[in-house]
Design a protein around this ligand. Structure first.
Ligand code: NAD
Length: 295
């Protein structure tokens, strides 16, 4: 069993760290929130006073932080100067490709093996240990990371060199954002045409309109009882998180001259939704804004 430092034990990192403890690993955790640290101590983790202290003497460092600047400052400011030279570094946060490649290059210069391993599957997937990991980095680092990722997830895909995990994540979530809006628009149109939600679901979930936003996360109450629409759009995956991911994909599309017109439009729609006071609402709640819009 390995000694693992886990930095960032929030909504996702907390349950991921718990699954590693349950699998018998020896965890030292650090977060800026004392409340979260107290909860992790109860779950059996050792608590460190800083990220630098957490990574001393561990075999593996895992981070699950909000965004690129946090990842850059935690690695460049604390982890790389204090971890053992043979420690394996795994960043599971969702961040921009450029920062992921920059941090991995700095880590490689200092001799560390590092992967970017963002996840899909949300808090439910983190709790159940069924996340999907998209892993960017050298083959050897991927192979070394795999046993730990398998404790926290079900599907682990090596997507290429450093930053390619983040590239896969942002492309996937651009599809997700666009598809959620498309499903929401179709249900609102159906309402105006006098077509019952369940009837549209029965047809489209078996026809060519089917997608995850419809079959797993249906944005109207009823057809998929576990979807956030059935609990007044409590998250799940917040509109703010969706907007963050769409902004990442659109910044990348601009830098790399990719034509992503629907991605851009989806970003504008989520910007209006989040900035209208719904940033903490599940992203499927966008249907309510679409329903109320006057064309
Ligand atoms: P969160 O805000 O609940 O957790 C992030 C944690 O990092 C917080 O507890 C915060 O205190 C801690 N933190 C911030 N700066 C720190 C620092 N310098 N040192 C130590 N700890 C620090 O967020 P989350 O929902 O767990 O998301 C984490 C990452 O996972 C994000 O990049 C997000 O985009 C991604 N993600 C989230 C979901 C989801 O459904 N919530 C799904 C897939 C991916």
């Amino acid at each position: 069993m390995a000694a693992i430092a886990f930095i960032g034990v929030g909504n996702m990192g907390g349950p991921m760290a718990r699954n590693l403890i349950k699998a018998g690993h020896d965890l030292t955790v650090f977060d800026l929130s004392q409340e979260l640290l107290d909860a992790m101590a109860e779950a059996g983790a050792s608590i460190a006073g800083s990220a630098a202290e957490a990574v001393l003497d561990v075999d593996v460092v895992i981070t699950m932080l909000p965004a690129g600047p946090h990842v850059k400052s935690v690695y460049e400011g604390e982890v790389l100067g204090h971890a053992k030279p043979d420690a394996l570094l795994i960043d599971c946060s969702t961040i921009d490709v450029e920062t992921a490649r920059e941090v991995a290059a700095t880590a490689a210069e200092k001799g560390f093996a590092m992967v970017d391993a963002p996840v899909s599957g949300g808090v439910g997937g983190a709790e159940a240990g069924t996340l999907t990991f998209m892993v960017g980095g050298p083959e050897e680092a991927y192979e070394a990371a795999r046993p730990y990722l398998e404790v926290m997830g079900k599907t682990i895909v090596h997507t290429g060199g450093s930053g390619n995990g983040q590239a896969a994540k942002m492309c996937n979530n651009m599809m997700l954002g666009i598809q959620m809006i498309s499903v929401a628009e179709a249900f609102v149109l159906a309402e105006k045409l006098g077509l019952d939600h369940q009837k549209l679901f029965d047809v489209s979930s078996k026809a060519s309109g089917q997608c995850w936003s419809l079959t797993t996360y249906c944005p109207v109450p009823g057809p998929v009882p576990t979807s956030p629409a059935n609990r007044d759009y409590q998250p799940g995956f917040t509109a703010a998180m969706m907007l963050k991911d769409l902004k990442l994909s659109q910044a990348a599309a601009e830098s790399f001259a990719a034509d992503t017109q629907l991605g851009r439009r989806a970003m504008a729609i989520y910007e209006a939704f989040a900035e209208g006071g719904s940033e903490g609402v599940d992203f499927s709640g966008v249907i309510n804004m679409i329903r109320e819009a006057k064309s």
